[in-house]
Design a protein around this ligand. Structure first.
Ligand SMILES: Cc1cc2nc3c(=O)[nH]c(=O)nc-3n(C[C@H](O)[C@H](O)[C@H](O)COP(=O)(O)O)c2cc1C
Length: 338
């Protein structure tokens, strides 16, 4: 049977050399507390590109300072952030990999000093700050920040933009009935809960004509949360707006006990792919080549996102290629070891 993991994947004008994606992972290493990329980020991302990852999605990057998860998050709320991000992208591109950015706003899950914002004035947990309920002006200001961040992403030469709509951060807070208790046009029915994401996608697409991914949590682990029927509704809406791929994670909306097992989130990617006829990415405890190949062969998802496996081993693609018997080319400099 023909292997698929090392086959290229084309989305719009971008071709990935394989289907291995480095899943966004916050490194909490913007040591200047002002969101600027550091030398650490350069080495961290370039080493995964040298390891032959097809697409590297850099960590959740804040569109506004109050949207950071921590004071050490990367930011893209200012033109001064562009240069450091472009340096990372140049390093990624040198190895033939493509670069993506995850545009993010933490909403009520911002662990910061100062005022934080959310659809409703309810804290995530008793140890977190109570957010201010966003006015329509706050909503418009935030959507505008996503739009400007998309324009900066283009200047920094990213190939792909991903919106962070998962893990209980701001976009997810609007989508979920567990966290959105508004009575205006941004809350209530699922159509209204989708409005914030809808307007964000529209704004981003004014500046960004490249591939657009959205990460969602495809299970909220709460009986009153969104159902698979709701996620398929959102996915169909996103598809109609021109979103290219849904990256399907789960959880983080409200505190919940989750018992992960290998590939525990793949079924959500599979259901959304089948239900909305849109490409999906699978993520979550995918650790070896055979497991990745099974997901692709059975058309359960289109891209394989890896987080911790790539933290442990920047050369995971080589490990998977050896396992699958695929003759993966490595960096010229590493030929004697490859
Ligand atoms: C250190 C770390 C930081 C993370 N930061 C982010 C992030 O910035 N954005 C995001 O969507 N997910 C984030 N995640 C979740 C991962 O992208 C991934 O979905 C999760 O770890 C499950 O995949 P895995 O089993 O391959 O690690 C993070 C995970 C880890 C371990």
């Amino acid at each position: 049977m023909k292997q698929r993991l090392f086959e290229p994947y084309t989305v719009k004008n971008v071709t990935l050399k394989n289907k291995i994606v480095m899943s966004p992972m916050c490194m909490y290493s913007a040591d200047d507390q002002d969101g600027h990329a550091q030398l650490f980020h350069l080495a961290h991302y370039e080493s995964r590109a040298a390891g032959q990852v097809g697409l590297i999605i850099t960590e959740a990057t804040a569109v506004l300072p109050e949207g950071r998860i921590s004071h050490e998050d990367l930011g893209i709320w200012n033109d001064a952030h562009i240069e450091g991000l472009k340096d990372i992208n140049d390093a990624i591109h040198r190895h033939g990999a493509k670069a993506g950015i995850q545009l993010a706003h933490a909403g009520r899950k911002a662990n910061l000093r100062g005022e934080i914002f959310a659809p409703s004035a309810e804290a995530f947990s008793s140890s977190m700050n109570v957010p201010t309920e966003m006015t329509e002006d706050d909503i418009h200001r935030t959507i505008e920040a996503f739009r400007k961040s998309a324009a900066r992403s283009k200047k920094a030469e990213f190939d792909i933009v991903e919106l962070h709509g998962a893990h209980g951060y701001l976009i997810n807070q609007f989508l979920s009935p567990l966290t959105n208790h508004r009575t205006d046009k941004y809350g209530g029915s699922r159509e209204k809960r989708y409005r914030f994401l809808k307007e964000t996608i529209t704004a981003v697409k004014e500046e960004w004509d490249g591939p657009l991914f959205v990460r969602i949590s495809g299970e909220e682990y709460h009986e009153d949360g969104n159902t698979m029927d709701d996620f398929i509704f959102f996915a169909k809406e996103m598809k109609a707006q021109g979103v290219d791929l849904i990256d399907v994670s789960s959880g983080g909306v409200v505190p919940a006990a989750i018992e992960p097992y290998p590939g525990y989130q793949v079924k959500f990617a599979e259901q959304i792919k089948a239900g909305a006829q849109i490409d999906t990415g699978a993520v979550g405890l995918i650790t070896n080549g055979t497991q990745a190949e099974e997901i692709l062969q059975n058309e359960r998802a289109d891209l394989i996102f890896l987080a911790r496996a790539l933290l442990r081993n920047p050369y995971w693609p080589k490990q998977a290629a050896d396992e699958l018997g695929y003759p993966l080319e490595g960096p010229r400099q590493y030929t004697r070891a490859w």
